[in-house]
Design a binder for this molecule. Structure first.
Ligand code: 9MR
Ligand code: 9MR
Length: 599
């Protein structure tokens, strides 16, 4: 089905945004000067010759399609054109018949996006006033102080009975909603720390214009003089680490699964939210994810503040949470069961996970890498699994990523680096597992409708796929590149970014505020309620999701094809929400690519 005037008008009449009407699909943020540059052109824009015109109106390139590709779902045909030969930075116009599309070529096309994807976390901070100095028009007063959080009956213990009050301020809102969930927080922090340790020079010098940590909210600062000033990226991540720490019961080391209102709030600003907030039951997944994150963070932060009380405590807290998990290995978060037993009933996000081997694997590896303690190593071996790109319910991939940084990049325990038993075997195993996966990911590119490792199979689409599949594949490819030095992986990772940034079936650059056609109505309370037309910038939306679990709210999706099942409407939480885990993957992919640009 072509996008015709009739389909567009039909969509408008229904009040839904259709896809990008421009048949020329490019990476709308930009191509690297010396990198590959391709476009996918939908049927309506087919021409015998395609041209690229520079800012002065001169034609700098003319070429034909190199191939056409057919979508396995819609049957749409797309012409792939390749203008990699153009290697002068600038802003150009790509012409296909009567259609035109802006194309940017730059030495570092991703620097602004990299900053914005990190600043998105600042914009999601909870329990803190955002000042104009740092937030500009997105300044807002403090909401959700979370200094009077109630112990839900499911979380009651001897020292903290039901309805007693604790204080758990700060951290980031999870997503379009205002709750704070440990499982997803740990994933988000974990992934950004992984990227950080693989590209420390880049990330530690990235200026994101955020307020320094020690003025945040009066929460205990680093104390003493840090040996080096904390880089902005680590300051931002510390905001959430500090909140996570408050989610541990100091008595037994257990970690509450989430901090939440019983029901989702309406689409109002934080200061207009008045429901009581609770911490709900402790779970094994929360304890293990917490332990993994704290142990990993300790390895990275100790360089900046090892004498501080805060940093030193992270390790003790990690071990205490792990110990709790050893004593409570089977506590799953099952919200329905919980609601049958306790009041008030809770209907917000679950982040429930039935399979915990991957959490054991990740936590054990992180604790081992930080302490060198063999007991953690044997627990890791018991729970070892094949490599998969990490996602919030499947965090085993982080064990691989951290091990790469330790065994290949030297980021583990000191004793570790010197004389680990089987170190060479471990290196070989990491390399095999990750490159095998990367090779499978790379495989589809030659036939791809979008000249990308993304979007070539039905399993590439679903809730959060832009991040979990799109960015996730790109990040795996970057690890394969780090392990082998083979530039084919780096280039494939760039092609994953091309997909996310516009060379895809809907023609959206899926990051708010970037590109020539991007989401305008993300499912995001802060953005919807702030009275500003444009969405908050720097957020990756979930993406095409044929599950359409929100169909009762959305009423109509522009398409049912898996790769086009995306609705840029505020109602569409299944395809158009934003979330910290999704942005963490954007930070990792785009920051890393920015660090590698020119190579
Ligand atoms: O806004 C909520 C979003 O953050 C969640 O991801 C989503 C799924 O849990 O639920 C959203 O809330 C909707 C609720 O599930 C159903 N009623 C409408 C709510 C707001 O659109
Ligand atoms: O990212 C989560 C996705 O994998 C699940 O399928 C979905 C439904 O359970 O929930 C997503 O997480 C949401 C969370 O439950 C509440 N905050 C918003 C999250 C993003 O939609």
């Amino acid at each position: 089905m072509k996008t015709t005037l009739t389909t567009l008008l039909f969509a408008c009449a229904l009040g839904v945004s259709a896809q990008n009407p421009n048949p020329i699909r490019v990476n709308q943020v930009g191509y690297e000067t010396l990198g590959a540059k391709t476009a996918a052109i939908e049927h309506d824009g087919w021409a015998k010759n395609y041209t690229l015109i520079d800012a002065n109106g001169h034609r700098v390139w003319k070429g034909k399609a190199t191939r056409t590709a057919v979508s396995p779902w819609s049957g749409k045909e797309r012409a792939i054109i390749d203008f990699s030969a153009v290697t002068t930075p600038g802003t150009y116009t790509l012409k296909a018949g009567r259609h035109t599309q802006q194309v940017v070529i730059a030495d570092h096309p991703y620097t602004d996006l990299s900053r914005a994807s990190l600043r998105a976390f600042y914009l999601l901070r909870s329990g803190e006033a955002l000042t104009e100095e740092y937030a500009g028009e997105y300044a807002r007063p403090l909401g959700h102080p979370d200094t009077h959080v109630m112990i839900h009956p499911s979380a009651a213990s001897a020292t903290r009975p039901a309805s007693s009050i604790i204080s758990c301020p700060g951290g980031w809102y999870d997503a379009g909603d205002y709750n704070k969930y440990i499982v997803n927080s740990a994933y988000s922090v974990g992934l950004m720390l992984c990227a950080y340790e693989m590209q420390e020079t880049y990330f530690s010098t990235l200026n994101t214009n955020i307020p320094p940590t020690d003025i945040i909210n009066g929460i205990e600062n680093l104390g003493g003089e840090p040996e080096y000033p904390l880089p902005p990226v680590l300051e931002e991540i510390a905001v959430n680490l500090r909140w996570m720490i408050t989610m541990q019961d100091p008595e037994d080391g257990g970690v509450y699964h989430k901090l939440t209102t019983p029901n989702f709030e309406g689409f109002v600003m934080p200061t207009d939210c008045h429901q009581q907030r609770y911490v709900v039951m402790k779970s094994t997944a929360a304890a293990l994810d917490f332990a993994a994150t704290m142990a990993k963070a300790y390895r990275i932060y100790r360089k900046y503040g090892q004498h501080s009380k805060w940093c030193g405590e992270m390790m003790a807290k990690a071990e205490k949470a792990y110990q709790w998990a050893m004593e409570h290995p089977d506590v799953r978060y099952r919200q329905d069961e919980m609601n049958r037993q306790f009041e008030p009933a809770v209907s917000t996000g679950t982040y429930g996970d039935e399979r915990l081997n991957d959490e054991w694997f990740w936590a054990s590896v992180e604790l081992y890498l930080t302490t060198g303690n063999a007991a953690y190593l044997s627990k890791a071996q018991e729970n070892m699994q094949v490599f998969n790109a990490p996602s919030w319910p499947n965090v085993g991939g982080f064990a691989y990523y951290s091990a790469v940084a330790a065994f290949v990049g030297g980021r583990g325990h000191e004793a570790e680096k010197a004389s680990v038993p089987y170190a060479n075997e471990i290196r070989a195993h990491l390399r095999n597992e990750i490159t095998n996966r990367a090779n499978t990911i790379k495989y589809g590119i030659g036939m791809s409708c979008f000249d990308s490792p993304c979007g070539n199979s039905a399993s590439d689409f679903g809730w959060g796929c832009n991040s979990e599949q799109g960015c996730g594949k790109g990040i795996t490819l970057l690890y394969a590149y780090a392990l082998t030095g083979d530039k084919a992986y780096l280039n494939a990772a760039r092609q994953a970014a091309d997909y996310i940034l516009g060379r895809n079936a809907t023609g959206y650059c899926y990051v708010t505020g970037f590109g020539t056609f991007s989401p305008q109505h993300p499912h995001m309370r802060l953005s919807e309620a702030d009275g500003i037309d444009a969405p908050l910038p720097g957020f990756l939306v979930g993406g095409p999701n044929p599950g359409q679990q929100d169909i009762a709210n959305v009423k109509h999706y522009p398409s049912n094809y898996p790769d086009e099942s995306y609705s840029d409407t505020m109602q569409s939480y299944a395809s158009n929400e934003i979330a910290i885990n999704w942005n963490a993957a954007l930070v990792a992919l785009i920051g890393w690519l920015d660090a590698e640009s020119g190579k």
